[in-house]
Design a protein around this ligand. Structure first.
Ligand SMILES: [Zn+2]
Length: 381
């Protein structure tokens, strides 16, 4: 067996990852690069492609050690398209004035590189008693059906769920040390179609105006205070996003009216209960109606226990800043992990994620690596 090699420099690894043009669903060698680095450190890697046989989503799970606890770093290698108007080549990984530019450096190839570099430093200097793993998907920015979700289900089926998962998404709005995410709000969309009877406005008794049914129904939905918020979550919010009739005539009662809404909800609710409520309200106002609901993710919360406190202290010790524990923002793959395993999110500064000229300060890559390393040293590995 060749002697292990330890890639302790997060900057070089992040640059190599940026140069793979892994715009979802492409991979362009990003995962093979990580796999070879991890195998070089002694990790065992299982490739876990899921989805259609002709175009499966690349994912892998890598693990070193056989003991407990098992700490898992989760992340994704895919990135969103660069779009137009960059001043720097989005896939060249140029460093200028102390900044590293590239699509995905913040979200989240930089975070992945820091976790690998931190693991390398840890393995160089410590005897591993627990286990370290990485759960890496190639479809976080896309539909995410065949990424983290089936991988964590695969781990659960093998009774091999980690004890704690650290997801390196860019959680900090403006400076490293701002925010650790310990949960996320749930999100759901509903499409409502109300049918009436078309007719002449002068003869309303011969028609049934679907708008007159839809509007009070929406009024009832928006009139309810869903909750007051909780210790960790802001109040849930229902927003009507569209009301469509498309009636060009002034003298016709239309046959149909449509609306769409989105709810961002905290852990006082479940998607199923909210769906039930929407259906009940709509059908009471408009018996001839159809409601189509899609739940993008349930709300979840990791109660801040010892692992989260350990992460908080590591952030504090390296950055000198007290991170806020937060549950705001959109959803992430933590929604899938949280079904099986306590998960927190902490990564780089996300100010430029998904934007043109995405970049991070090079120094933050070293600092994040130190935070992950400090966390590992105190986690009991
Ligand atoms: Zn991301």
């Amino acid at each position: 067996m060749p002697s292990p090699s330890f890639p302790t420099d997060p900057v070089a690894l992040a640059q190599d990852l940026i140069r793979c043009q892994s715009v979802t669903p492409a991979d362009d060698g990003a995962q093979a690069l990580l796999v070879s680095v991890l195998e070089g450190m002694g990790f065992e890697v299982v490739h876990l492609p899921f989805g259609p046989a002709d175009a499966p989503t690349p994912n892998f799970y890598a693990k070193i050690g056989i003991g407990r606890p098992v700490l898992c770093f989760a992340g994704h290698t895919d990135v969103v398209p660069p779009g137009e108007g960059w001043a720097h080549d989005p896939f060249a990984a140029q460093i200028q004035d102390g900044r590293l530019y590239g699509r995905g450096i913040a979200d989240m190839k930089g975070g992945v590189a820091c976790s690998v570099a931190a693991i390398a430093r840890f393995l160089q200097n410590n005897t591993l008693k627990g286990s370290i793993s990485l759960l890496i998907t190639g479809d976080e920015e896309g539909p995410a059906h065949f990424g983290t979700k089936p991988v964590i289900e695969w781990l659960a089926a093998r009774n091999d769920v980690p004890d704690f998962c650290l997801l390196g998404e860019p959680t900090n709005p403006s400076a490293l040390g701002d925010t650790i995410k310990i949960g996320r709000r749930g999100s759901m969309n509903a499409e409502i179609v109300v049918r009436g009877v078309q007719g002449h406005v002068a003869y309303p008794h011969l028609a049934d105006n679907p708008i007159h049914r839809l509007l009070p129904a929406l009024g009832e939905l928006t009139g309810r205070c869903l909750d007051e918020g909780t210790e960790w979550f802001s109040p849930s919010s229902l927003q009507v996003t569209s009301v469509d009739v498309g009636n060009p005539a002034t003298n016709v009662i239309p046959a149909e009216a449509k609306a769409r809404l989105n709810i961002r909800f905290n852990d006082c609710h479940t998607g199923a209960a909210l769906s039930e409520w929407i259906r009940e309200v709509i059908s009471r106002h408009a018996p001839d109606s159809e409601v189509t609901v899609s739940i993008s993710g349930e709300a979840f919360l990791t109660q801040p226990g010892p692992a989260v406190q350990c992460l908080e202290r590591a952030v504090q010790d390296v950055t000198g800043r007290q991170p806020k524990l937060d549950t705001g923002g959109g959803t992430s793959d933590a929604r899938f992990i949280s079904q099986y395993c306590a998960v927190a999110e902490f990564g780089l500064v996300g100010a430029t994620m998904h934007k043109r000229d995405e970049h991070v300060d090079v120094s933050t890559l070293e600092d994040l690596t130190q935070i992950y390393l400090t966390f590992m040293e105190r986690f009991g590995l």
